[in-house]
Design a protein around this ligand. Structure first.
Ligand code: HEC
Length: 182
């Protein structure tokens, strides 16, 4: 685990496993927000919203995997969350992509696709806490941020054999967010 950068997610899993639940979520590092001082308050708000969503989604994925997934034929938290991400997109809130960083995804569609996703996976694999770009589409500005997913518990390897080769704390995947700056 380098410099504790992606350690919060692994740490979070540890906390959940220890049965302490959400009480200790305050320890989540905010280093990635501090990395780039926000000149534009709208960008700062979007970034803060992503940080909240990232904690929410990752905490829920860990809890579901821990308590409901027993064998590889069970519905994976990843599959359930693809449906949740689609619902959030359809309602116009934000977009989230579940991305592979190993080159051997469960689903081909989860491979990094555009330049942003490819650059993000490269940066996260190199140990960065997050990767972001601000893009303009049809006159509207969007914040795109990717955050790392390490192998948070042994159970992940139940369905993802290839995670056995990952170093502790290494990003094997990412969540890629796209959010309107407003
Ligand atoms: C019960 C089997 C199962 C378990 C356990 C499981 N996954 Fe997955 N995972 C899947 C499936 C199925 C998908 C594809 C979901 C989709 O895109 O529809 C997936 C997709 C992913 C992806 C996107 C890249 C890819 O391979 O398609 C990541 C990253 C990921 N899982 C991480 C994890 C982590 C971390 C854990 C442990 C917390 C975990 N998974 C546990 C089945 C599982």
């Amino acid at each position: 685990m380098t410099g504790g950068k992606s350690s919060w997610f692994a740490g979070l899993a540890g906390v959940v496993l220890a049965g302490l639940g959400c009480l200790s979520l305050g320890f989540v590092e905010s280093s990635w927000a501090q990395e780039k001082p926000a000149a534009d308050p709208a960008v700062a708000r979007a970034r803060k919203q992503v940080q909240m969503l990232d904690d929410l989604y990752k905490t829920a994925i860990v809890l579901i995997t821990e308590h409901y997934v027993k064998e590889d034929s069970d519905l994976a938290a990843g599959s359930a969350f693809q449906a949740l991400f689609k619902a959030m997109k359809d309602k116009g809130y934000h977009e989230v992509r579940l991305l592979d960083a190993t080159g051997e995804p469960y689903e081909e569609k989860n491979k990094p696709q555009d330049d942003f996703e490819k650059a993000a996976i490269k940066a996260l694999k190199a140990g960065k806490a997050n990767y972001e770009e601000i893009v303009t589409e049809d006159g509207a500005k969007y914040l795109r941020i990717a955050t790392p997913i390490p192998v948070v518990m042994k159970k992940c390897t139940l369905c993802h054999d290839n995670y056995n080769a990952a170093k502790p704390g290494e990003a094997i995947g990412a969540l890629g967010y796209k959010l309107k700056i407003e």
